[in-house]
Design a protein around this ligand. Structure first.
Ligand SMILES: Cc1cc2nc3c(=O)[nH]c(=O)nc-3n(C[C@H](O)[C@H](O)[C@H](O)COP(=O)(O)O)c2cc1C
Length: 325
């Protein structure tokens, strides 16, 4: 009995030590850490700020002159950026700022600000070999049609922030979850759960706490929350597997939506513990399950939409062929 207790306590102590290690690692390398050179932190900050501009531009009801504070910050960040770290942040930022200028025709009251942005963007015109890929793109979504192949789904999937308030029927939602269940899961634990919401009031409350769907939350009539059950995991070494399994399920869920010709947008649940508890209460989520992400869903409405381009990093920045010494 004593021996068993000793083993249990030692396992729990290892959990604490591993979390202390995680905290140290996060404090050392996170995007606010002063131990990370500023120019390296800027790389990601520019991408995030540029994306929030292209996202604003992609919305159905975009507000003229939106995001001025963010744009000023983005221009400052771009001005301080060290281009030797890669041109990708500039490609996104300048592309998004160009699209911002293009979507504000002369004569709008915001012109003085837009003019400043235009002058800023012009500074980059002579930059050789750099394509300014950020911004927005338009497309007409097809209605219905056969399910997509995996390759088509991988090539076509985009986060869509246009919804037409139509409810998705339960048969389709169950089919969606069934397909997502095809995701791999460590030792086949399948600890992921999906909560589905179609009530206006409940969706509004969840999205108000979530915060990442501002500007299009009112059009979302079908919302999922993906969670993962902590009870499936043991010991210090498995402490992060809950998120690995949960994220793989989430990806399958998004691809399944694409295959079934639904539109979807993942919505982060990167919230502090207080908001996590509130979302858990409103969403009636079981204690012990961690929040992975929300997904806004809708039928493809056959309408013309704009979506954020979200260009991809050059493959050389992503892949390393590691050869033997
Ligand atoms: C975990 C996760 C959380 C996200 N959260 C949000 C969000 O809160 N709001 C939003 O509009 N988009 C959100 N997105 C969508 C990303 O912005 C989008 O995936 C990215 O820009 C790439 O574009 P794509 O999905 O169209 O390929 C999220 C994506 C992921 C994977």
């Amino acid at each position: 009995m004593l021996r068993k207790l000793q083993i249990l306590l030692s396992a729990q102590a290892k959990v604490i030590i591993s979390y202390v290690y995680d905290v140290g690692n996060y404090l050392r390398y996170n995007g606010d850490s002063l131990l990370v050179p500023k120019k390296e932190r800027l790389y990601y900050r520019i991408i995030v700020d540029a994306h929030s501009i292209e996202k604003g531009l992609s919305l159905k009801d975009r507000r003229p002159g939106f995001g001025q504070e963010k744009i000023k910050r983005l221009m400052n960040e771009v001005s301080s950026y060290d281009i030797s770290l890669g041109t990708f942040p500039l490609e996104m930022a300048v592309g998004a700022l160009r699209a911002y200028v293009d979507l504000h025709p002369p004569g709008e009251p915001e012109q003085p600000f837009v003019e400043k942005v235009r002058q800023f963007v012009e500074r980059f015109n002579g930059l050789d070999g750099v394509a300014f890929t950020g911004g927005v793109q338009s497309a007409v979504l097809p209605i219905g049609g056969p399910a997509l192949t995996l390759l088509e789904g991988l090539q076509c999937r985009r986060s869509v922030r246009y919804f037409d308030e139509q409810l998705i029927d339960r048969t389709t939602l169950l089919e969606l979850v069934r397909l997502a269940q095809g995701a791999p899961s460590q030792c086949n634990r399948q600890a992921t759960r999906v909560y589905l919401y179609q009530g206006r009031h409940q969706i509004d409350r969840i999205l108000a706490l979530q915060g990442g769907a501002r500007g299009f939350s009112q059009s979302i009539s079908n919302l999922a929350i993906v969670t993962s059950d902590t009870r499936a995991w043991r010991g210090s070494n498995q402490r992060n597997q809950i998120y690995v399994d949960g994220a793989l399920f989430l990806m399958h869920f998004l691809l399944a939506a694409e295959a079934l010709r639904l539109v979807a947008c993942p919505l982060n649940l990167a919230v502090d513990s207080r908001v996590e508890r509130q979302i858990r209460d409103v969403g009636r989520i079981r204690a012990g399950e961690r929040l992975i992400a929300c997904v806004a869903l809708g039928p493809m409405a056959g309408t013309a939409i704009r979506f954020a381009r979200s260009p991809r990093r050059p493959i050389e920045e992503v892949v390393s062929f590691v050869t033997e010494e």
